[in-house]
Design a protein around this ligand. Sequence first.
Ligand code: UDP
Length: 374
Amino acid sequence: MKSILCVGAGLSGAVIARTLAESGHAVTVLEARDHVAGNCHTERCPETGVLVHVYGPHIFHTDDTEVWDYVNRYEIFRPYRNRVKTTVGGRVYALPINLHTINQFFGTAMGPDEAFAFIEAQADTSIVAPQTFEEQALRFVGRDLYEAFFRGYTVKQWGCAPSALPASILRRLPVRFSYDDNYFFHRFQGMPTTGYTAMVRRILDHPGIEVHLESRFSRDMAGNFDHVFYSGPLDAWYDFDMGRLGYRTLDFERFTHGGDYQGCAVMNYPEVDVPFTRITEHRHFAPWEDHALSVCYREYSRACAPADIPYYPIRLVEEKKLLGAYVERADTEVGVTFVGRLGTYRYLDMDVTIREALDTARTFRIHDARGTRM
Ligand code: UDP
């Protein structure tokens, strides 16, 4: 039996803690905030009774059968399709860009093949291997759709020009020549009936796990444990001694409404003169619940200051250089493994976070069985 410390009670910390506790290890989990589940934390709003995604919308989607089975062991997931809308020029369109969006936007009634040929004619086919967000958009949807739906939103979301961002960010979104307006490609999609926080609490509910909330980690604690799984920010482990990795943080402006405010969970506002990126109406994440009142969040993105909660790793050229330097040091560490979105400074979806946490805990078990150190 080893004594294990998991720093952070988000998905990474919880899944690693559970997997190792089930192998007989004694696990301590330290969480700085007053709740588990990290940024997918959900709580019932006392005023409206609505289950709120406190740090912004989180929709579970995956193609990974093992991960889907895993989350379903700890929570009942209800089928949920993420259907996002966007308001441009005083009109509402469907996202992700699909046949409906194209026909609405261009005032046409094209079928799939016709629309495909039409968009190809608008696209910049001289871009063979798009590297940046902008190139990816110009290559696959053309300038008009890019300007209307992506450019402004992306400038607000990331605080930089889309030509400075990697194409991978836009590849998260499909473009469809059908009326399928499902935001995600994945086979399994759903929403936790009692919320992510309740699910994470159940994952952590094991006699081999001790959870301490509102408990900050400091590096001198590491010596009291055989191994540390650290899901805090990678640069914070090193006291930022080479500089800070850049993040975007979010501010939410909360308001309530009598009845249904916008008729959908997420309405994007891609125009630059609207200061927020989107409005989330949380009741629509649980359409099986009935509420008289509604609670909504206007979402604003900005650069993350030291005291803010980090959300999105920026990963521009400067950050990549600095990240490389921190990763080089991290790779030489024995007795600590850096995990999750903050520990590895990557834009991770929840399913990938769980997959990596399961794999990390299993690798540790193999090392432990062989008597080698990780
Ligand atoms: N995006 C956009 N317009 C939209 C929605 C998304 O330009 O209406 C861009 C934006 O740069 C965003 C990226 O596409 O960061 C990926 O969108 P996604 O919905 O995956 O973002 P997240 O779920 O992380 O908020």
